[in-house]
Write a protein that binds this ligand. Sequence first.
Ligand SMILES: [Fe+2]
Ligand SMILES: [Fe+2]
Length: 187
Amino acid sequence: MKQMIETWEDIVRNTLSPFRQAHTQGVVEVAMKMASAFGQDGQSVHLAALVHDAMREKDPDVLLLMAEEYGLMIGSLEKKYPILLHGPLAAAKLRREYGVTDESVLQAISAHTTGEKDMGVLAKIIYIADMIEKNRDYPGVERLRKLSYNNIELAFGACLKHNVHHLIERERKLHRDTVECWNQFAD
Ligand SMILES: [Fe+2]
Ligand SMILES: [Fe+2]
């Protein structure tokens, strides 16, 4: 695992913009703190945080092509917003090219943008950390930060709600996985 983390540290350093590297490092820091607060394996969380945005800066055409190659599901929303594929693609790459089989790590990477139903603690940590890392600055981020080390379920629900609100305010469609995730939370 240590070797895998070093490999992905190199990939992040060599392929992402300084902006995205700083974001990734911010997610690593917050996610590691949350991992120890909520009893999760630090190395698994570290790897998921490092890889989560590894495909975030690929061109839309490249994302669609890669998704086809990997046989990922490409719905109408993914066709319109190929950026939605960056998480599932990074997870697919980690599984197929790097032999990672830890489903909690793969889920955390795959679901970090849309959420999905049945997210484990690790996936919730990455989802939250992605929204509250130190470089993030938007109205309400401080409230989410305060929640995040106390009650992970509450913090996750608050982050999800924030994102669903944001999408609706911009009159954007909701991804089916986001709807399922929200409906499960609100149950
Ligand atoms: Fe992302
Ligand atoms: Fe991110």
